[in-house]
Design a binder for this molecule. Structure first.
Ligand code: SF4
Ligand code: SF4
Ligand code: SF4
Ligand code: FES
Length: 600
């Protein structure tokens, strides 16, 4: 649709003429002409709060300053973003925030990547203009979650976290408590984040402008393991890490850094650098077989106890969400562990045997785009190797910190290859990092197993399941089945894909109401899937997530093998160790159970 001239608003910002659609805010209009207005409570993924007053601008003819993030443009406005009045007000607002803030930057985890710190530096806030308003040293620090630290003494009460948790995740674990100077961000009954409905997804961390919400880091523990000569440190890297790590190390958004990442990990002193994509492929074998088995029992055996639609179980934030919010649907979850946990269980069994290592001396570390993976690794169910299957989970951000600590010049690193065994993967494993990727990988394999032919999509690209729409639906007609799968002849496999828990909730409500007609559902807790995970480099926004998404599919297209069942190491592990998908050993090591958390 082309806009009529009367729908356009003409105004001036710092002397620059700009023409924008009606309803555009001053902040958005300024961005269009490259005028930067500082913000704190504003985040492009969230609704406008307008509470920090950092984005104040002067509109000619108006007595008071206006918040650029909240104020829509009007015809012939003449706006000044850097007048004396604006600068003075902004500086005072920053000073006020600092007077309520535990400003010990040198001891703060966000030192160097903090929006308040950058503003204080830009405005050269060097002296105390206000007396301390809030006794921040009395605030508690919540350390109990294995994923997240919440430090109220750093909080500037911008409420980005509250909006994230409500608008993007529909969890509402955080809310505003008390009023005035006592106002704080709290949980239900001020319990630890570990003891409430929080899914550990880390989306609030990604949007907190300061150090009030950060991941619990395990960097020192991993260094200790590296320096301990009695330990064999095995690292697995998740698919979404390789398209985002570069952002924290001076590269552009969405650059593929797989080879450099492997190089860096070897330089850090890791004994074996392996790939979660290998167990992503293995997940497809197990999950695909599980889906086909459920379909056979439901369609042929008419077994009414079979729960359909089956739902993916790779995303630990999603698992915790369903355990809290829809426990009646837990039987619908695939029993497959996530690729991280499959890897951990195999690292201390299969890998240990093949390498002739005592599993007791193996330290299994995973590099994940996700903070909920830290919670997942701590679950009591995740010890099927006889040890803690994954010892430490580092986020993409933590790996970047280690690379910097080691003084590695990431840009000039050569490309290296994953080690073997458990280091080989396919394009199907790579796309696990994007929303729709697990579904696409599963369909590529399941269709071929059932029909003996490749999926009827050009270049194996199942485009209907791709993209950033919150809920996607796709159907695949199964035709030309092999004899053992005749019961699926002519069946249209209906699928749904949702990312971001607000979208997961919509799909779950549909399933719970009995109105859904799906066979298989993929859910990822984070916007965009793992590539938008709570452990990925900050900042995040739709454009950055889209660049990572495109990088994931580029990586897939460039892989020599793009179907999980063709991964030679997957074929080998079934021959040598697991025997068959859903077999006894698989059942012991690769599958799990879930907890109804409403009964806790
Ligand atoms: S939150 Fe930012 S400003 Fe506050 S102490 Fe940490 S780095 Fe410094
Ligand atoms: S980690 Fe996720 S669920 Fe928990 S408070 Fe933050 S946004 Fe909400
Ligand atoms: S915890 Fe962070 S995001 Fe939440 S209100 Fe405080 S500063 Fe803002
Ligand atoms: S960014 Fe506009 S009021 Fe906070």
């Amino acid at each position: 649709m082309t806009l009529k001239m009367k729908d356009m608003i003409n105004l001036k910002i710092d002397g620059i003429n700009v023409s924008v659609e009606a309803g555009t805010t001053i902040l958005e209009a300024a961005k269009k002409v490259n005028v930067k207005i500082p913000t704190l409570c504003y985040h492009p993924d969230l609704c406008i709060a307008g509470n920090c007053r950092i984005c104040m601008v002067e509109i000619e003819g108006s007595r008071t300053l206006s918040a650029a993030c909240a104020m829509p443009v009007d015809q012939n406005m003449n706006i000044h973003t850097n007048s004396l009045k604006v600068r003075t007000a902004r500086k005072h607002n920053i000073e006020l925030l600092l007077s309520e803030h535990n400003s010990e930057c040198t001891k703060c985890y966000k030192n160097g990547n903090c929006e308040l710190q950058s503003l204080a530096a830009e405005y050269k806030i060097t002296n105390e203009m206000f007396i301390d308003l809030v006794p921040f040293h009395h605030y508690t620090i919540d350390h109990y979650s294995p994923s997240i630290i919440k430090d109220d003494s750093k909080c500037i009460r911008c409420q980005r976290c509250v909006r994230t948790c409500e608008e993007l995740q529909s969890v509402s674990a955080l809310s505003v408590a008390y009023k005035g100077e006592h106002m704080k961000i709290s949980t239900f009954l001020e319990k630890s984040m570990y003891d409430v409905v929080c899914t550990s997804c880390g989306q609030c961390i990604n949007r907190c402008p300061v150090g009030a919400l950060v991941e619990k880091n395990y960097i020192d523990q991993v260094w200790d393991a590296i320096y301990d000569p009695s330990k064999h440190v095995v690292v697995q890297t998740a698919p979404a890490v390789r398209v985002a790590l570069g952002e924290d190390l001076g590269l552009e958004n969405g650059e593929i850094v797989t080879g450099k990442m492997v190089s860096a990990l070897k330089k850090l002193g890791i004994d074996s650098v392996l790939d979660t994509d290998f167990t992503a492929d293995l997940t497809i074998m197990e999950e695909g077989t599980e889906l086909l088995t459920r379909l056979k029992k439901a369609l042929v055996d008419k077994d009414s106890s079979i729960s359909l639609p089956m739902m993916t179980s790779c995303s630990p934030g999603w698992i915790k969400f369903i355990e809290h919010q829809f426990p009646q649907l837990l039987p619908n979850l695939s029993t497959c562990k996530s690729p991280q946990q499959m890897f951990g269980a195999l690292a201390k069994t299969y890998y240990a045997q093949k390498r002739n290592l005592n599993p007791e001396n193996i330290v299994s570390v995973s590099i994940m785009p996700c903070t909920a993976k830290k919670f997942e690794a701590d679950r009591p169910e995740m010890r099927s190797s006889g040890y803690k299957d994954v010892d430490f989970v580092l986020t993409t951000r933590e790996l970047a910190i280690m690379i910097k600590q080691a003084g590695i010049d990431f840009m000039s690193l050569p490309e290296d290859h994953f080690d073997s065994i458990m280091g080989m993967s396919t394009g199907a494993g790579v796309i696990f990092g994007a929303s729709g990727g697990v579904m696409e990988a599963a369909i590529r394999t399941a269709y071929e197993l059932v029909t003996g032919k490749a999926v009827p999509f050009a270049g194996l690209n199942i485009t209907p399941v791709r993209g950033m729409e919150g809920v996607k639906e796709a159907s695949v007609l199964i035709e030309g089945t092999l004899p053992e799968w005749r019961f699926l002849e002519g069946v249209t496999l209906n699928t749904a894909i949702a990312h971001g828990l607000v979208n997961a909730k919509k799909v779950m409500e549909l399933v719970a109401s009995g109105k859904a007609n799906y066979h298989f559902i993929e859910i990822m807790a984070c916007p965009g899937g793992c590539l938008g995970g709570g452990g990925q480099p900050i900042p995040t926004n739709a454009e950055i997530r889209m660049k990572r998404n495109q990088a994931i599919y580029r990586e897939d297209e460039g892989m020599p093998i793009r179907k999980s069942h063709e991964n030679p190491e997957v074929i080998e592990i079934y021959k040598e160790f697991l025997q068959k998908p859903l077999g006894h050993t698989s059942h012991e090591l690769l599958h799990t159970t879930y907890v109804d958390r409403t009964k806790k």
